[in-house]
Design a protein around this ligand. Structure first.
Ligand code: ADP
Ligand code: ZN
Ligand code: ZN
Length: 738
């Protein structure tokens, strides 16, 4: 008689590896591995999958598998040459997977650099990490009952102290190295401390406010605490970060510093590297070459990096000696990933700080209303820098009432006069307009035709510089027609204004001025962006015309005037976060004006000079703005007074997307927790994008926990549904765009 062997009867103890693989399935996969040991948890493995191979991460060594023994396949390779990912890292990705309802393999695929994911590429790099005994190694030595080469190697290594891998292999019993790694007796450890990593250079004496902030954080030794450092541009927040980092490095700890945009890293990178000449500073971002990213990640994992500086992705860097997390410009929307795993790096950073019991500092001139509300309620600790660090006045902010004015291509006489003044004085000005291109649409005055994108519910933007019509959403691109495609009229007109049009008009009005445009068209690559910055710094431009790219974190010492045009459009936007974003943007861009001995001025052209948002800007009063905006949100039940999850679906036909969401709504209503509000599915505001029709369904609750419990079950039900082949859906927890 034959029976199928139950899986549990696999003979030796550790012959199974449970692996997280980067596939869109919410499950783990078991493989066989004859020489698996406890040291393999957290290691990358290469395994057969379908007809090909994949690389994943070992998350457990299960005793038994649900898969029948005969169907289990052996792993191809366990990468034991580099340090295993630590338990706290595995917990971190598991949390992100749970909270954002993304399969764990996808989170791991996001968090691991591509080189590591391939599991074979890294060993070839110039790495020679330090090796020492693990706890298991110590235990093995302690109850040593017999002699073996591996045990002898442990003794030799303990006598020699921590050694580089190449040196361990050279020890008398170095041949047992692989064996000891497999048993988990030896492991990669942080580099022995360099005493001077915290040695810092040229720190200015702190202002009273800065010192108060640094001391408050340094003196609270309660492990985890979340600090909200609110300080106007130029108030010296970065200096506070650097001083806190100095202290952390001196204690032998690692510092994780998040910045919103790659474009901002070079400046900060050189400031950090200049301050800590002896520290190992690693920068990480997604635009980096693979090798550099893998190397930086390994540096951090092995404890050799002292400071990790990077964009949202770097929140996943393993940091064995982590002592401090800094999140600069914490309000910035780019911390939230808008595709794939829709995580917020700021929120994950706070979770991680709590997990590791270290302080986290969120810094901003204009905190997100969520963070500001936490600080007001005492969940975060509030720190304020009210004055600029170098005794500079804040810029004077004024509104120009444009209701009765004749504008010249959108430019008011007062703004033009102010620009003329700056030219005479040899100072720089910036005209800020958050719309690139020449004009937002091309239209025919005789038949009303306008340049729609054929694939999106959006207009094609006129780019006169290269005579193209371009969709800013799907990238679709066409030549500007000579005549109206609908009626043949030759006199078709660009309608409205973008940066190119303002640039062209300013060049006509001020022929003696050097006008420089800064937007995503003129600064497409990091190199172009850096060269534009260098030209501005060298005084090679008189008038800058720029989008929000200009708003962020740069010092332009000669810039004394900022003119804002076209801001009113955001006052009446449908998104409840639009006023918050507008205020942040204008305060940030206004902060560019005036440095050193040159007082700055901000002129805002508006038809609503009495609008409370502008009144608060004129008074530099973020707190008043935040408090009134929060009152409005509370009344309407918007976040942070409620918690939201958005289910989005897209398909070539809108009805398919809506049908799916209606079905999801019925499923939700079949098990609704009492506190849950399930809204009706609606087409998204920009319904069509890149030939797909998009719709969404909002679920809201007054508390996070029941909402999360509900969504976990709901997503499981949704995954089990049969759906049209062309339909895609995603869950967005704490969505920014509602
Ligand atoms: P923020 O990050 O708040 O915009 P920074 O830290 O970049 O501010 O500081 C703004 C400017 O003031 C920088 O040029 C910085 O070097 C300078 N600065 C900051 N703190 C001090 C200080 N305590 N004494 C003198 N200069 C300072
Ligand atoms: Zn026409
Ligand atoms: Zn398009």
């Amino acid at each position: 008689m034959t029976t199928t062997l139950p899986a549990a009867s696999i003979d030796s103890q550790h012959r199974l590896l449970r692996v997280a693989l980067p596939v869109p399935l919410p499950r783990l996969f078991d493989y066989l591995c004859d020489d698996a040991g406890p040291g393999d948890i957290g290691r990358c493995v290469r395994v057969p999958f379908g007809r090909g191979e994949k690389t994943g991460v070992v998350v457990a060594l299960p005793e038994t598998s649900d898969v029948a023994a005969g169907r289990l396949k052996p792993v191809i390779q366990v990468q034991r040459e580099v340090a295993a990912l630590p338990d706290d890292w595995l917990e971190l990705v598991a949390f992100v997977s749970r909270y954002y309802h993304a399969p764990i393999g996808e989170v791991i695929a996001l968090a691991l650099p591509p080189g590591l994911r391939r599991a074979d590429a890294v060993a070839a790099e110039d790495e020679d990490p330090f090796i020492d005994l693990t706890e298991q190694g110590e235990a093995a030595l302690a109850d040593r009952r017999r002699d073996s080469r591996s045990l002898r190697l442990l003794i030799q290594l303990r006598e020699a102290g921590v050694q580089r891998r190449s040196q361990v292999r050279e020890l008398p019993d170095g041949q047992a190295f692989a064996e000891t790694l497999r048993r988990g007796w030896l492991g990669v450890v942080p580099a022995p401390e360099r005493a001077d990593a915290g040695a810092s250079r040229s720190a200015p004496p702190l202002t009273v406010e800065q010192r108060a902030a640094v001391e408050a954080i340094a003196e609270s030794d309660e492990g985890f605490a979340c600090w909200l450092l609110q300080g106007v541009t130029g108030s010296g927040k970065t200096e506070v970060y650097l001083q806190l980092a100095t202290a952390a490095l001196a204690r032998g700890e690692q510092v994780l510093m998040l910045v919103p945009e790659i474009a901002l890293t070079p400046q900060l990178e050189s400031r950090v590297a200049g301050r800590f000449p002896a520290a190992s500073v690693v920068s990480l971002h997604s635009a980096q070459a693979e090798g550099a990213r893998s190397r930086g990640f390994m540096h951090a994992l092995e404890g050799r990096a002292d400071i990790v500086l990077g964009t949202r992705l770097s929140v996943f860097t393993p940091l064995p000696r982590l002592g401090l997390i800094l999140v600069d410009e914490e309000h910035d929307a780019s911390y939230k990933q808008q595709e794939g795993v829709r995580y917020s790096a700021r929120d994950v950073a706070v979770w991680r700080a709590r997990q590791r019991q270290v302080p986290v500092v969120l810094g901003s001139a204009t905190p997100s209303l969520e963070s500001w509300q936490h600080a007001r309620q005492g969940r975060y600790r509030a720190l304020q820098l009210r004055l600029r660090a170098r005794a500079e006045a804040l810029p004077r902010v004024r509104c120009i009432d444009t209701r009765r004015l004749r504008l010249d291509e959108g430019l008011s006489p007062a703004l033009l006069a102010a620009l003329g003044d700056r030219l005479t004085r040899g100072e720089q000005s910036l005209v800020f307009l958050n719309r690139r291109g020449y004009a937002p649409v091309l239209s025919c005055p005789s038949c009303g035709w306008i340049s729609h994108c054929p694939h999106c519910s959006a207009n094609l933007v006129v780019h006169l510089a290269d005579r193209r019509l371009r969709c800013h959403h799907c990238g679709c691109d066409a030549a500007i027609p000579h005549a109206c495609p609908s009626c043949g009229n030759q006199d078709i007109q660009p309608f409205g204004r973008g940066t190119q049009r303002i640039e062209a008009r300013l060049a006509e009005l001020f022929p003696e001025a050097r006008v420089l445009r800064i937007d995503r068209d003129s600064a497409r690559t990091r190199r172009q962006w850096e060269s534009l910055l260098a030209r501005i710094a060298a005084g090679e431009a008189d008038i800058l015309v720029g989008t929000q790219m200009m708003a962020k974190g740069h010092d332009f010492p000669q810039l004394t005037l900022v003119g804002v045009i076209g801001a009113d459009a955001s006052l009446h936007a449908a998104d409840f976060r639009a006023p918050e974003r507008l205020f942040q943007q204008l305060m940030q861009v206004g902060g560019r004006a005036g440095r050193a001995h040159l007082p700055g001025e901000v002129l805002i052209q508006t038809e609503y000079p009495e609008h409370p948002l502008y009144r608060c800007l004129v008074g530099h009063d973020f707190d008043r703005f935040a408090s009134s905006e929060l009152d409005a949100r509370e009344e309407a039940g918007f976040p942070p007074f409620s918690f939201q999850v958005m289910l989005r679906a897209d398909a070539p036909r809108l009805d398919d997307a809506l049908d799916f969401l209606r079905h999801a709504q019925r499923l939700a209503q079949a098990h609704p927790p009492d506190t849950l509000r399930v809204f009706d599915p609606v087409p998204m505001r920009m319904t069509r994008l890149a030939r797909r029709e998009r719709a969404q369904l909002l679920v809201e609750a007054d508390a996070r926990a029941p909402l999360q419990r509900f969504v976990t079950e709901w997503v499981e039900l949704l995954r089990a549904q049969r759906i049209p082949r062309e339909l895609r859906w995603q869950v967005d927890v704490d969505p920014l765009e509602v």
